[in-house]
Design a protein around this ligand. Structure first.
Ligand SMILES: [Zn+2]
Length: 235
């Protein structure tokens, strides 16, 4: 079934169900429980830090960054002086770390940020940084396990859409997508659909975003489809 336009841009919550603190697409729950159980058997407490996020929620993040209320970071994680950037430079800088409202994979309920709750020491807060996932970081062992699980026969269809740096979104090893559902959303999601939505909703940097949308879409929105659900009529 092709997802509706509102469902693609984070404005339709009818397919969502609650899962602990998060909300997710209802067809993701069973496979997620399978993965959580596999993690438990390996000694990890797999939890979802963030699942579905609405357009309004993503817009609030975007507005806070565009206005300088929230820091916009450079390549090395240092805050940028947003006053000195052109609108287009600022747009690129935000998109490296935050999704464009209407174009977040978290809008679909098929994608989630995961972590190992048992690896967090009391009082520690989850950061979701690459340092946390690399050798010496608190999530390193969990991500070693997750990499193996994703490549195994036991994986019901999860993959990491931001596994490597493709020059767009910075790598996010903690971000998982359930390909059998998400691939359908990704195929239905087009520049035209996004442009229509953005024109109808006020947004900081709107004119710049709409003008450059095809380029921004290719660089920051499009990622490879997941390994399951790919068909021979792929273009
Ligand atoms: Zn994410």
């Amino acid at each position: 079934m092709t997802p509706s336009a509102p469902a693609l841009v984070g404005c339709d919550e009818s397919a969502l169900v609650s899962f602990n603190q998060a909300r997710l697409h209802r067809d993701v729950i069973r496979p997620l429980e399978q993965m959580t159980e596999a993690a438990r058997r390996a000694g990890f407490s797999l939890q979802v830090a963030s699942g579905y996020r609405s357009f309004e929620r993503q817009r609030a993040i975007w507005e806070a960054k565009a206005s300088g209320q929230r820091p916009v970071l450079d390549e090395w994680g240092q805050p940028l002086d947003v006053e000195r950037l052109s609108e287009l430079e600022l747009t690129h800088a935000i998109l490296r770390w935050s999704a464009l409202p209407g174009a977040s994979r978290h809008h679909w309920g098929t994608d989630m940020d995961v972590y190992d709750a048992s690896a967090l020491a009391k009082g520690d807060t989850l950061e979701l940084t690459r340092a946390e996932c690399e050798a010496g970081g608190s999530m390193y062992r969990f991500h070693q396990w997750l990499t193996g699980f994703l490549a195994s026969e036991a994986n019901p269809g999860f993959y990491r859409p931001y596994d490597m740096d493709r020059g767009g979104v910075a790598p996010e090893p903690w971000h998982l997508s359930f390909a059998p559902i998400a691939n359908g959303y990704a195929r239905a999601f087009t520049v035209d659909l996004l442009r229509r939505h953005l024109r109808e909703h006020s947004l900081a940097l709107q004119a710049t975003v709409v003008t450059h949308l095809p380029v921004l879409f290719e660089r920051y929105v499009r990622v490879p489809l997941g390994p399951k659900g790919e068909t021979s009529n792929e273009t």
